[in-house]
Design a protein around this ligand. Structure first.
Ligand code: CMC
Length: 391
C-alpha cells in the first residue's frame, strides 16, 4: 500500500483530535463534553445541550437566557428565501429541499462573513440552530401546499417547531407538553456523535475554508443516505412492509441471506458493538410517549417482535448487531404526527448543533489543515494515447 495505510471506510483512522463527544463502542458509553448521555437525556434540554456542545461547558442561567434569546430572535427565514421553495416540484423529498435551502443561506450571509472571527463563527452557529426548524417546517408545509408559518417567539424551541409544522389558520394549535418533551429528548440524543459520515463531511468541507452554511448543507447530503440518517425513514418503511408480527420471522431470514440485499434497518452500528446507549433510552421513552399521547401503533408490536427475534438469532448475535437509535425514533416521530419523509430532516435539525460545533472546533484549533485523504491506485499502468480511428 505504498506510503499510506489502506483503511477503507476509515474504520481505524482518527481524522482529527476532538474534545466534543466521547464514545466507547464496547461499553456503550456516550458523553457530550464529558456528560453522560443518560444524565443529559434525563435533566437537560436540547438548547442547553447545543450550548454545551458549542461552548464546552453547561451555561449559567444568564448565559442560557442570552443564548435562548439569540436563537429565538434569529429563527425567521429571510423573506426572499421563500422563493427558493417555489422552484421545487410539490413532491420533492424534504431532505432535497432542506439541503438546498441551507446551502442557500450562504448566499444571504456570505459577503460580510469572516470565519477567522470567533464572534462571527458563533453567530453562524446561532443562525443555523435557529433557522433549521423554520426551514424544516417550510419543507413540510411546501410539500402539502400549506402557507409557511412565522416562528412564534413566545414559544420554546420544540414547541415553536411543532407550531410551525402543524398550525392552520384560525384554528389555535393546542401545544402538547408530552410531544414537545419527546421531541426535545430525540433532539438531545441526536445532537452529536463524533466523526460519523455527516460530521466528517462538514469538517472536510469546512477545512477548505468554505462557508459554514455550505459546509452544513454538505453534512445534510451525507446524512440523507439510508446507511446513516436516512435509516429512521427506512426503519419505518421496513416495519410497514413487514406489516404484522407474523411476518417477522421471514424478514429476519431475508436479512441473513447474503444473496438478498435486504438488511434490518435500525440494526447494527459501526462503533457500538454491545448496545447503543441512545437506543436504550429511546426504547423506554417510546412506550411512555405512546401511552401518554394515547397512541396505539401496531408497528410497535412489529418492532418489539423483530427486536426479540433478532436478539436471539445467532447471525445477529455473532455480528454484534443491536437495535440502534433509529430503530425506535421513527415510531416516536410517527406518534407525534411527523410524516415519514420528514424523519431524516428531524435528525438534521438535532445534528446541526453537533455539525456546527465541529466546524467551530476545526477553525479554533491551531494547525488545522485541509482534509486530503490518499488512495491506493488500482488503475492502468502508463500507456500511450491511441487515436480514435485506431481503437
Ligand atoms: N442487517 C443484516 N446484516 C447486517 C446489518 C443489518 N442491519 N448490519 C450489518 N450486517 C452484517 C453485514 O452484512 C456484515 O456481515 P458479514 O460479516 O457476514 O459480511 C456484518 O454484519 C458487518 O456489517 P458491515 O456492513 O461491515 O458493518 P459497518 O460497520 O460497515 O456498517 C451500518 C454499519 C450501521 C452501516 C450497518 O450495520 C447497516 O447498514 N445497518 C442498517 C442501517 C442503519 O440502521 N443505519 C443507522 C446507523 S445509526 C444512526 C446513524 O448514526 O446514522
Amino acid at each position: 500500500t505504498g506510503h499510506f495505510t489502506f483503511d477503507p471506510g476509515f474504520a481505524a483512522t482518527a481524522s482529527t483530535k476532538s474534545a466534543i463527544t466521547y464514545i466507547d463502542g464496547d461499553k456503550g458509553v456516550l458523553l457530550y463534553r464529558g456528560y453522560p448521555i443518560e444524565q443529559l437525556a434525563e435533566n437537560s434540554s436540547f438548547l442547553e445541550v447545543a450550548y454545551l456542545l458549542l461552548n464546552g461547558e453547561l451555561p449559567s442561567e444568564g448565559e442560557f437566557k442570552t443564548f435562548e434569546h439569540h436563537v429565538t430572535h434569529h429563527s425567521m427565514m429571510h423573506e426572499s428565501q421563500k422563493h427558493f421553495f417555489r422552484g421545487f416540484h410539490h413532491d420533492a423529498h424534504p431532505m432535497a429541499m432542506l439541503c438546498s435551502a441551507i446551502a442557500s443561506l450562504s448566499a444571504f450571509y456570505h459577503d460580510d462573513l469572516d470565519i477567522e472571527d470567533p464572534e462571527q463563527r458563533k453567530m453562524a452557529a446561532i443562525r443555523l440552530i435557529a433557522k433549521m426548524p423554520t426551514i424544516a417546517a417550510a419543507c413540510y408545509r411546501y410539500s402539502i401546499g400549506w402557507p409557511f408559518r412565522y416562528p412564534r417567539n413566545n414559544l420554546e424551541y420544540c414547541d415553536r417547531f411543532l407550531h410551525q409544522m402543524f398550525e392552520v389558520p384560525s384554528e389555535p394549535l393546542e401545544m402538547n407538553p408530552v410531544a414537545a418533551k419527546a421531541l426535545d429528548l430525540l433532539f438531545i440524543l441526536h445532537a452529536d456523535h463524533e466523526q460519523n459520515a455527516s460530521t466528517s463531511t462538514v469538517r472536510l468541507v469546512g477545512s477548505t475554508g468554505a462557508n459554514p452554511y455550505a459546509s452544513v448543507a454538505a453534512g445534510i447530503a451525507a446524512l440523507w443516505g439510508p446507511a446513516h440518517g436516512g435509516a429512521n425513514e427506512a426503519v419505518l418503511k421496513m416495519l410497514e412492509e413487514i406489516g404484522t408480527p407474523d411476518n417477522v420471522e421471514s424478514a429476519v431470514k431475508r436479512a441473513k441471506d447474503k444473496n438478498d440485499s435486504f438488511r434490518l434497518m435500525g440494526f447494527g452500528h459501526r462503533v457500538y458493538k454491545n448496545f447503543d446507549p441512545r437506543a436504550k433510552i429511546i426504547r423506554k421513552t417510546c412506550h411512555e410517549v405512546l401511552d401518554a399521547l394515547g397512541v396505539s401503533d401496531p408497528l410497535l408490536d412489529v418492532a418489539m417482535k423483530l427486536e426479540e427475534a433478532a436478539l436471539k438469532d445467532e447471525y445477529f448475535v455473532e455480528r454484534k448487531l443491536y437495535p440502534n437509535v433509529d430503530f425506535y425514533s421513527g415510531i416516536i416521530y410517527k406518534a407525534l404526527g411527523i410524516p415519514t419523509e420528514m424523519f431524516t430532516v428531524m435528525f438534521a435539525i438535532a445534528r446541526t448543533a453537533g455539525w456546527i460545533s465541529h466546524w467551530i472546533e476545526h477553525h479554533e484549533t491551531p494547525g488545522s489543515r485541509i482534509g486530503r485523504p490518499r488512495q491506493v491506485y488500482t488503475g492502468a499502468t502508463p500507456r500511450d494515447y491511441v487515436a480514435m480511428g485506431k481503437r
